[in-house]
Design a binder for this molecule. Structure first.
Ligand code: AMP
Length: 359
């Protein structure tokens, strides 16, 4: 068990908005932060104490990060596993490297979920066009082709709807002919997610489930509480608990699920980090997912996950951030912008959480 006290330095790999919000939560508890990120003027650089501008696998940069940090974490799941393993030789790295490794490849992720007793959609490995054709046949021509690695926000995906003219060749080309999986199309009624935390002693705290809406593969809205049954939300929380234990996890984890009309719950994927569908916790809980993560990795007691309000979180995507002056005039609206210099279509620029009811 490693406890680091306020005043110590937390290393964060990745300088996007999640890194920024982690750095802000760390600062609120009196910690210093150092961020490793190749992109200069990244969102986290504006709020961290120090920034190392270098590639995630730059050996000198990793030495420097290890030297400056008392504990190291990351804000995205595509941190090279070698980087995390190398750093963990000299400093504690949380969440554990195993969680990174499992989540980086959809095949290892699906197998790990199955082994932990968590159901997913049916899926097939696709390495060639012929394998894709066979998989499509097995799933009645419908499914989502997803690259095994490096997919996010719907990127590296292609949807087959059994429509006339659809060909395996075109779909495979659309994902760059990369090693992929074909997932059977899930006729879900709702998408929900769980944000959960585990500390170094194995204590677990779970936030209320959020109900999520995606557009073009990007999360646009999370609503709490969910409209699915409490039995369904309970199944999701149980699955998250199993996963935290199976991974011997430390930190905050996000798990996404599909809820089906017949009461079945399927896990879609998990992220070994704070998660967009947990941003609402900043406005509606005493302890946000960001502070919870910092507490877990610092060896401090986990915080209360109860919500004090119902709420709806909307991402501000592309030019939507321009509505901020109006949003600030709304009572009960909590606005957070990420300090990104340039807005582009599909780019997450910030979010707003509207408190809908105080409990
Ligand atoms: P992912 O990148 O895997 O989270 O997928 C992004 C979004 O695509 C999900 O949140 C769903 O809305 C949709 N999606 C992904 N996989 C499936 C599936 N097997 N069946 C139906 N919809 C899916």
């Amino acid at each position: 068990m490693t406890m680091i006290l306020p005043g110590a330095t937390i290393g964060i790999i990745g300088g996007g908005q999640l890194g920024r919000m982690l750095a802000m939560a760390a600062a609120r508890l009196g910690y210093r932060t150092v961020v490793l990120e190749p992109q200069p003027d990244c969102p986290a650089a504006q709020v961290a104490n120090e920034v190392i501008t270098a590639a995630y696998d730059n050996p000198q940069a990793l030495d420097q990060l290890a030297e400056l940090s008392d504990v190291i974490t990351y804000e995205f799941e595509n941190v090279p596993v070698d980087t995390a393993e190398q750093l963990s030789d000299s400093k504690p790295v949380f969440p554990p490297c195993e969680a990174l490794k499992v989540s980086q490849d959809r095949v290892t992720e699906k197998r790990f979920l199955a082994k932990a007793g968590i159901k997913t959609a049916q899926w097939r490995v696709v390495e060639t066009e012929a394998e894709l054709e066979a998989a499509l046949l097995a799933f009645d021509g419908k499914g989502i082709l997803k690259t095994r690695r490096f997919g996010y926000d719907g990127k590296g995906q292609y949807k087959f709807s059994a429509a006339p003219g659809e060909t395996a060749a075109a779909g495979f080309a659309a994902v760059g002919n990369a090693p992929s999986i074909l997932e059977a199309m899930v006729e879900f009624t709702h998408e929900i997610s769980i944000i959960a935390a585990r500390d170094q002693a194995g204590n677990i705290r779970i936030y209320d489930a959020a109900e999520n809406v995606h557009k073009d593969g990007i999360l646009i809205r999370s609503t709490v509480p969910v409209s699915v049954s409490s039995t369904m939300a309970g199944l999701a929380a149980d699955a998250a608990r199993k996963l935290l234990e199976a991974l011997n996890y430390v930190g905050v984890l996000g798990v996404e699920f599909f809820a089906l009309a017949n009461g079945t719950l399927l896990a879609n994927e998990f992220a070994p980090r704070v998660h967009n569908s947990g941003h609402w916790t900043e406005a509606a809980c005493a302890v946000s997912q960001f502070e919870q993560h910092i507490r877990a990795i610092a060896g401090l007691p986990l915080g209360d996950t109860r919500r004090h309000s119902d709420c709806v979180m909307d991402n501000l995507i592309g030019d939507e951030w321009k509505s901020v002056p109006n949003l600030l005039g709304e009572p009960g609206a909590v606005v957070h912008l990420y300090g990104k210099a340039e807005s582009r279509p599909g780019r997450k620029m910030g979010h707003v959480t509207r408190i809908t009811k105080r409990l």
